[in-house]
Each structure stands twice: as C-alpha cells, then as structure tokens.
Design a protein around this ligand. Sequence first.
Ligand SMILES: O=C(O)/C=C(\CC(=O)C(=O)O)C(=O)O
Length: 304
Amino acid sequence: MTFEKTPGWLDWYQGPSKPTFKVPAGAVDAHCHVFGPGDEFPFAPERKYTPCDASKQQLYALRDHLGFSRNVVVQATCHGADNRAMVDALVNSGGKARGVATVRRSVSDAELQAMHDAGVRGVRFNFVKRLVDFTPKDELVEIAERINKLGWHVVIYFEAVDLPELWDFFTALPTTVVVDHMGRPDVTKPVDGPEFELFVKFMREHSNVWSKVSCPERLSVSGPPALNGEQNAYRDVIPFARRIVETFPDRVLWGTDWPHPNLKDHMPDDGLLVDFIPHIATTPELQRKLLVDNPMRLYWPEEK
Ligand SMILES: O=C(O)/C=C(\CC(=O)C(=O)O)C(=O)O
C-alpha cells in the first residue's frame, strides 16, 4: 500500500552529527518510534497523521551512531492499536529493544502474552486530542488492571493544561506510571509557577510516577534549534527538565523521540539532541541514572 504524507510533514534529519557528549556504557534511548514502512506495516485507518517511513534498521543505525546500547520503541498513534511494526522491531533487535504498545479492551490474554514474549513492557494512554479520539476511562482502567498482572506499566501522554482534570484518573492507576515529555509544560510560564508546580506535586506525592525528560524540540519556544552545530539548544526547556532530573533522579528517563512525529518548524539533528543531555543531567551520576540505571530497572529488571 502506498501512503501520501500529511502536507507539510518534515522527514527525520539525514546524517546526524556525532554527539560531543559521550553517553555512559549501556545507555538506553527510552522513547523512540518506528513508522511502517507503510508498504509492509500499513498505517492505521483512524490515524491523525501520515508520516514518512522510519524503519527498524534506520532506528538501530541511529542507536549505534549516537552511542546508545538499547531502545524502548513506543507505539506511535499513526499505527493505532496495530502493534505489528513495533513488535517486529523488538523481535529483530537481538534483545536490545523493549516496547510500549497501544491496546484496546478487545485484546486477548494470548495477544498480551505474545507481546510480552516479544519484549513489550507497557501500554500507552494518549490524551493529546490532536493525536487520538477519546477512549472511555473505564476501558483504560480495565486495560491497566490486566497489564498490571504482567508486570507492565502505563505510559501517559497529555498536555499540562489537562492535568487537573486527569489527576484523579492518573493517581488511581495501579501500575508504575511514566509521563511522556514532562506532561508538556508551557515553558513560557515560570518553572516555579502553579502549572509546573502541579506536575512536581504529582511526582512528589506519587512515588509510582516517573517522567521522560524528553522532547525539548517540541516544548521549546525560544530555541535555538539543535541544528548547525548548536551546543546550547532549547535553553528555555533546561530549567524544567533539570528540576525534574534533580528532584527525582531515580524516576527519570530520556529518549530521542526519533523520528520526531509532527514537528512543524524544524527537524533536529539527533547528535545535537544528545548534546542537550548534560545541560539537564549535569553530573556523571545523574547521567548514569537517567540513561542506564532507571531504564534498565523498568525495562530489563531481570538484568539488574
Ligand atoms: O512522539 C511523541 O511522543 C509525540 C507525538 C506523537 C505521538 O505521540 C504519536 O504519534 O504517538 C506528538 O506530540 O505529536
């Protein structure tokens, strides 16, 4: 099947630079995606965007180029609840990738077990309205209870303004809960203002809540973008990510978010995105926790 990309779609950056920052041995890129390829793994009819192809081979070449050892491949909404592309990436990773799926309540126990055997360790609940249609909360609760029995966790994606409304639902989840991209703060607001304080409170009061301190390229308003050798990219995001890393050093994860779905104004050089890491995790100990210890504890606990 041939797909036409959403108008204005930006393809991932070709020929990323070699990072200046050397990630610690065993580092995990804990948030990335594969797209298709569409002719092998068709995009879902209910998708809100049609991306370029971004294959497992291209993802794993990037992993090696950036110096990472492993990946966590997160189901992208353009594949809906058809997890075949993501699972195919896991089973062809030589044990170096684990995954996060999207499932509906109709998923069978046998399907969940097959995904577990392939390396899936979580499900993603997406509340970003431009990406997905609404799923009733009772369906999500039912899924959370079922996957909890497999020892999986729930990844949640939402925007900061929606946290108050979602608070009761999130805080009742029975699993570890991993927030994508720090709950998408508005970084033009103060880092100690009420909106981000609510997110900090969410993590402080609930020790099962973790955060990915990823996607400065999505959150930044002032830039400058990670392009053309820029070593001080996305300065406005740094105080937010640094605060989370320093306050909750044992509950943070980092990922490239390659191939960067839906970016509208630029596509970052992934090598320079890696160079962003020491700005938010400023010591070797914080870097080791962020990139190795925490993702290993969550995704490869049997190796710890
Ligand atoms: O890659 C991300 O995490 C963020 C996305 C895309 C997404 O979540 C998806 O398609 O599944 C976004 O903000 O558009």
